[in-house]
Write a protein that binds this ligand. Structure first.
Ligand SMILES: Nc1ncnc2c1ncn2[C@@H]1O[C@H](COP(=O)(O)OP(=O)(O)O)[C@@H](O)[C@H]1O
Ligand SMILES: [Mg+2]
Length: 368
């Protein structure tokens, strides 16, 4: 039996984005950095890859709020502090400036946590009161400690939109933003990065008065054609395969990876593309059918609003010829199409486009 060794698919490119983030990391913390972009565009991968390659003097606190469902303040704290579910301190070694088993020692000392070195007593005290400020003070002290040891602290919160609506004696997110402002603009003590694929959430943040001139936005978009082309070439795609993939799949890294795997397994790229298009066309059709047939009311701002089906079609019709357009205001219909992950907005550029090339193709198919 012949066993082919399959070329492992590695992290690709993102040089421009990495450079932008490195430039931020080389200067004094000043602004809160929001990293945004379509679903599965590679935000988490980029930040993970960057962390792995940072010099030893950086201490990175990485929290992914999607690790577990968060519906209460207690859930939030457990995700922040309990590393069983990937907690706050992913580079404890650097903080301590030592290597080896030290991390594991602390983990076993703490029992259930194996991330942020938080003594049980303090954790339960923070737990007891519904005061996020207590948790923030603890984290701040940890950051100060790292800083005093000559380290550069970096706080990264992935999937920030998860706690967008969480109430803990008022909206938690505002308290978190205040904490971020203290870390950056006021104390210049820690770099802060917040990641999200939810473009409506980012739109909210972008227009938030308290963050005005205190935040910076970094787009991590699907790969541009040129980058996608190089990516595919690396995995031995021929010119026809590249053209086909770019035309119908576009530059979404996760889909490109799937296409590479398909090819590596000797399956048909064309068939896979047809499957993608058929599936996505069906899904979007179903969403539109529902609105057309039964109508749809959504909460838009504070109001309950009935969607106009013709208005939805009108928005989609822009994509008959365009791939992207500039919006004037976000109408309830735009809001809905974004909420359903058919379209994605970019608040910085005030542009709107389908989530991926597949979505674009599916929209065009439906409008035929
Ligand atoms: N630069 C890249 N090179 C190779 N694969 C990537 C790259 N970026 C993303 N991917 C692939 O796409 C998937 C989705 O990326 P992810 O970082 O989770 O997206 P996001 O956080 O933007 O939703 C990853 O699991 C990875 O397989
Ligand atoms: Mg992610």
């Amino acid at each position: 039996m012949k066993i082919n060794t399959i070329q492992k698919i590695e992290f690709f490119d993102r040089e421009k984005e990495k450079e932008e983030i490195m430039n931020i990391l080389r200067t004094e913390p000043q602004l809160i950095n929001f990293i945004y972009g379509p679903i599965n565009s590679g935000k988490t991968s980029l930040i993970t890859n960057l962390i792995e390659n940072l010099p030893e003097n950086y201490v990175v606190f990485y929290i992914n709020l999607r690790k577990r469902p968060i519906s209460t303040y207690k859930d939030f704290l457990e995700v922040m502090f309990d590393v069983k579910y990937e907690g706050i301190l992913s580079r404890l070694i650097r903080l301590l400036g030592r290597r080896g088993d030290i991390v594991n020692d602390i983990i076993s000392d703490l029992g259930k946590t194996h991330g942020i070195p938080i003594p049980k007593g303090i954790f339960s005290r923070i737990f007891k009161e519904e005061k996020p400020e207590n948790a923030f003070v603890y984290i701040l002290n940890l950051i100060k400690d790292a800083k005093s040891k000559g380290k550069i602290p970096v706080l990264i919160i992935d999937e920030l939109q998860v706690i967008g609506d969480l109430e803990v004696d008022g909206k938690l997110i505002y308290k978190l933003f205040n904490f971020f402002i203290a870390l950056t603009k006021e104390l210049h003590i820690c770099h802060v990065f917040a990641l999200s694929s939810d473009s409506l959430f980012i739109e909210h943040v972008y227009n938030e008065a308290m963050l005005y001139e205190r935040s910076h936005y970094i787009l991590v978009d699907n790969f541009e054609d040129e980058v996608a082309r190089k990516f595919l070439k690396k995995y031995k795609f021929n010119e026809d395969e590249i053209k086909l993939t770019l035309k119908y799949v576009g530059g979404k890294p996760i889909l490109l990876r799937n296409m590479i795997s398909i090819k590596q397994n000797g399956k048909s790229i064309e068939e896979e593309i047809n499957k993608y298009i058929l599936k996505r066309t069906g899904e979007i059709k179903q969403i539109l059918y529902y609105v057309e047939k039964f109508g749809k009311t959504i909460t838009f701002g504070e109001k309950e609003v009935s969607l106009s089906y013709p208005e939805i079609i009108k928005i989609l019709e822009n994509f008959k010829v365009l791939e992207i357009f500039i919006y004037d205001v976000i109408t309830p219909e735009i809001f809905y199409l974004v909420k359903e992950n058919i379209l994605v907005i970019d608040s910085q550029r005030r542009s709107i486009k389908p989530q991926s090339r597949i979505d674009l193709i599916a929209i065009r198919e439906i409008l035929k």
